[in-house]
Design a protein around this ligand. Structure first.
Ligand code: HEC
Length: 195
């Protein structure tokens, strides 16, 4: 009981109209408990500070940072980079049954209507603009690599899917990098079909 009375007195006296020094309550805003909770010692985002010249407390990622789940692709849409991609890029996926099957399904959705179901270049689209679609297993016609379609390397295929070529539009917005590599697993099969 005694404690309750003391407690009530504290509560009631803390609501008085004068501050703790006895003077009428004019400017004293009361006490702050744990002021670090109100005034954080860390910098607020973009707040003025003496550490960074542009005040940017939200720092940029380090140069060369690769976001999780993304494949960096540092090749331009030029012949030079197309050839470089062919020499440097390797399919990160293994050509197992699952990847080939998934590649086949994706190929059916995104490529077969022009390139034909079995990759012979005779899809259901017969518009003259798409008249000269090469077969993947072609071993005669020389392409921009200086080799034939059947000899195109995975990096060449990846570059072609990403940027397209002439009448074939770029497919970067339709198929993710991982899906592109799966499609390539399947195209590798089509490249080896014997006539
Ligand atoms: C709208 C029709 C169309 C679609 C859809 C299409 N292509 Fe093509 N593709 C073409 C044409 C046309 C060419 C020949 C371009 C040329 O030689 O001028 C070609 C060429 C290519 C080449 C050869 C590129 C080179 O470097 O010589 C590859 C590889 C290829 N396509 C893969 C694909 C894949 C994989 C897909 C599906 C993701 C696809 N294409 C979807 C029309 C299409």
């Amino acid at each position: 009981m005694k404690y309750i009375v003391v407690f009530l007195m504290i509560i009631i006296s803390s609501c008085g109209d004068s501050s703790s020094d006895g003077k009428p309550f004019t400017k004293h805003p009361g006490y702050e408990y744990m002021p670090n909770m109100y005034r954080s010692p860390s910098y607020e985002t973009y707040s003025e500070n003496s550490l960074f010249s542009n005040n940017s407390t939200a720092r940029e990622p380090v140069v060369g940072t690769v976001a999780r789940g993304t494949f960096p692709f540092q090749y331009e849409n030029t012949l030079e980079d197309y050839l470089r991609a062919g020499n440097e890029l390797m399919n990160p996926l293994s050509s197992n049954e699952k990847n080939i099957e998934e590649g086949e399904a994706l190929y059916g959705m995104f490529c077969a209507h022009c390139h034909g179901k079995n990759g012979n270049g005779k899809g259901s689209i017969t518009h003259p603009v798409y008249g000269a679609i090469p077969a993947y297993n072609d071993r005669v016609q020389i392409r921009r690599t200086g080799t034939t379609m059947s000899e195109l390397k995975d990096g060449n295929l990846y570059h072609a899917i990403t940027y397209g070529l002439n009448a074939m539009g770029p497919h970067a917005s339709q198929v993710t990098p991982e899906e592109r590599w799966k499609i390539i697993c399947y195209i590798n099969e089509l490249q080896t079909i014997e006539d």
